[in-house]
Design a protein around this ligand. Sequence first.
Ligand SMILES: NC(=O)c1ccc[n+]([C@@H]2O[C@H](COP(=O)([O-])OP(=O)(O)OC[C@H]3O[C@@H](n4cnc5c(N)ncnc54)[C@H](O)[C@@H]3O)[C@@H](O)[C@H]2O)c1
Length: 265
Amino acid sequence: MKRGSHCASLFYIRTEISSKNLIHLMIMNIALIGYGKMGREIEKIALKRGHSISLKIDIANMAELTVANLKDTDVAIEFTSPESAYRNYLLCFGAGVPVVSGTTGWQSKLQEIETICKKDKNGFFWASNFSLGVNLFFLINNKIAEIMNKFPEYDIAIEDIHHNNKLDAPSGTAITLAEGILKEINRKKDWVLNEFKSVQSLQIVAKRIGEVPGTHIVTYDSEVDSIEITHTAKGRRGFALGAVLAAEFMKGKTGVYGMKDLLNL
Ligand SMILES: NC(=O)c1ccc[n+]([C@@H]2O[C@H](COP(=O)([O-])OP(=O)(O)OC[C@H]3O[C@@H](n4cnc5c(N)ncnc54)[C@H](O)[C@@H]3O)[C@@H](O)[C@H]2O)c1
């Protein structure tokens, strides 16, 4: 079987509760850290896939995130805020519980967490975006950037559009898109948020409006035409499913992982 087709079929088999045996093998106790929009969506999908929720932590009961309370937990899924993620990871590592996290806006400490995790043999899975579609979009973005490196007449910008309760800007997804572009396009040296600095900087424009779950647009613009690629999330279900699949992948694992490992990309 080809590598790609195995990956796609794995994703589909796992998204349906069609095989009782498969689900039985993977049943887990999941701790939910952060019981907001994502935490609630993740709970629905986890229960539907036969898992149990061993612990639910939000701001009101954050003192209950302790080694003792995590003792029956196989994996913790963390979707909180940029300020609290780092501390939550360390608490779970202290309890020997692998963490799956989608919290964004704290990535300046990503390297530090990865180093601690590897040194102490903990398990950590982080993704700026857990949806299958966005991870395919990342690959498409990288390929287009590779091609467009040869065409300096095109300027490049990224738009990140989200609901108006989002705390961080730019989005973690926009940063991953920008990193992909900066790796391929020699004429862009860094990214800037919401300002035009110089043609050497890749501009990211963050818009916060209404209830938008997440839209990302990459535009290549020249004097004569423009080329755009867009990913539009239709809701939070795709992110939540990805997070639960990542938790199933992380059961009993140590080390640092991401969507490339889960999707075999
Ligand atoms: N990676 C992805 O695919 C993805 C997708 C959607 C959202 N996100 C990110 O996930 C995070 C959460 O998103 P959301 O839409 O659920 O936000 P939200 O505001 O609806 O929920 C966050 C919850 O975390 C709680 N919280 C804050 N500090 C806490 C702490 N110390 N301990 C426990 N709970 C705490 C808040 O009270 C809130 O209920 C954000 O950083 C967002 O950008 C990532």
